[in-house]
Design a protein around this ligand. Structure first.
Ligand code: IMP
Length: 426
């Protein structure tokens, strides 16, 4: 099985970084295929914490790491992250960057901020990293790609045209100061020498690896419910964190994907605005937030917490064709008397098994819960599924039953070794 995709099965922050890092040990290459520095992956190895935003978590295992064409790249953040890794003794000589990835410009960040403020009560709760505006330019065919930075004339011409439009918008509509061409031109031209060694035609590189039967892991950022097509639109990001996004964002055909692992927390969390049917606005929600340290890696924002939502998991299984689940943070639930999993939603007198596409209806649904007993024993040192307390085993089995997907991976702590593998993944 050389092509394996790993996606978030909820609203992001499911612990994909840890699972990627774990699977990367047996992979030859890891590819990040969408999003940008809005993501935040925390990985703990031998007690040392690594916080990554752009570079695939596979970098910690010394594997080939590729930032695919579907990513929007903030060059300053990318170079900062390389320095951060080098200072920690992590090698980056097998790190490659797609020449067709789009570049985040300072005006993208400014527009992200201004547009969020303008939305008022309808705000999305974006990370304000310029992600949405960068993808807008990509779709509008005005975007600046990594390859464009390498040609001073092309870069000059594209930046000139873009700034004409952006400065008009900023000055006339938002009534704020526009951007200075020379400042941006000099700053971004200054990145070129440092970026050059990493730049490659990455679809060729990735397909060659697959041709040689190497194991390639495609690492999604964010989560299924934040997908611009399959998420809780409009409260979503601007890319495709679902499995289909792996093909588009890295330049491989669907026939090269052999399995899809959905990473899901044993409960649910969400940052940003938008509907969240199983949200707990009570002390249990606060308890999970504190026990699980549920604060954003990128923005530090407190995450909204709630019970596990089986309707969400079935949706993720469907739109990404999940072949397995990795359940993370099971240890966080230790100590709760009772646990709940939403099996369906109720709306008025009707019981529904799917997420309604109308966000207003989604706001009105009430979860129909299945209640399960909790456990009190510390599980964070266990290595076998059969060693887990009976209640914890039942909880995992209930997740499998409700989602229709088996869970070969159960994570019980932040460290690599705190991972129960029930059967081989590839
Ligand atoms: P954007 O991606 O910054 O445009 O934000 C759009 C939505 O996606 C907001 O609700 C963000 O909070 C959410 N989001 C973006 N990146 C992440 C992530 O890595 N984890 C969880 N939520 C995210």
């Amino acid at each position: 099985m050389p092509g394996l995709v790993l996606v978030g099965a909820q609203w992001g922050d499911e612990g994909k970084g840890k699972i990627t890092d774990y699977l990367a040990e047996t992979a030859d290459a890891v590819v990040r295929y969408q999003g940008g520095a809005n993501a935040g992956h925390t990985v703990v190895v031998d007690g040392k914490e690594y916080k990554l935003h752009l570079i695939p978590s596979g970098i910690l295992t010394g594997k080939t790491c590729i930032i695919g064409n579907g990513v929007v790249l903030d060059p300053a953040k990318f170079l900062e992250e390389i320095k951060y890794l080098k200072d920690l003794g992590v090698q980056t000589d097998k790190l490659y960057l797609s020449e067709t990835a789009h570049v985040i410009m300072p005006y993208h960040q400014k527009l992200d901020e201004l547009e969020e403020d303008k939305r008022g009560e309808f705000k999305i709760g974006t990370t304000k990293r310029g992600i949405g505006p960068a993808y807008i330019d990509k779709a509008a065919r005005t975007g600046i790609r990594v390859i464009d930075l390498l040609n001073p004339e092309v870069f000059r011409s594209k930046l000139t045209r873009n700034l004409e439009q952006v400065n008009f918008l900023l000055e006339k509509i938002y009534e704020v100061e526009g951007f200075n061409f020379e400042e941006i031109y000099q700053e971004y031209s200054g990145y070129v020498t440092k970026l050059k060694p990493f730049i490659r035609n990455t679809p060729v590189l990735i397909n060659e690896s697959l041709d040689e039967n190497q194991k390639v892991l495609f690492e999604g950022a964010q989560g299924t419910l934040l997908d611009v097509d399959h998420g809780t639109y409009p409260y979503v990001t601007s890319s495709h964190p679902t499995a289909g996004g792996a093909c588009i964002g890295s330049g491989v055909g669907p026939t090269r994907i052999d399995g899809v692992i959905g990473v899901a927390k044993a409960y649910t969390s969400r940052v940003g605005d938008g509907p969240f049917p199983t949200e707990l606005l009570d002390e249990t929600g606060d308890w999970i937030r504190e026990k699980g340290h549920e604060y954003g890696t990128t923005t530090g924002r407190p995450r909204r917490c709630g019970w596990l939502d089986g309707v969400v998991l079935r949706h993720s299984a469907r739109v990404s064709g999940l072949t397995g689940l990795a359940i993370t943070r099971l240890d966080t639930l230790t100590g709760l008397e009772k646990l709940k999993i939403a099996r369906e939603y109720r709306i008025g007198n009707e019981v529904i098994g799917n997420i309604p596409n109308d966000p207003e209806l989604l706001r009105q649904v009430r979860p129909v819960y299945e209640e399960l007993p909790g456990w009190k024993e510390d599980i964070s040192h266990l290595t076998q599924f059969s060693d887990l307390p009976r209640e914890a085993q039942h909880y995992i089995q209930a997740i499998e039953d409700i989602s229709g997907v088996k869970a070969p991976i159960v994570s019980i702590g932040r460290e690599r070794f705190q991972t129960i593998i029930r059967w081989p993944i590839w």
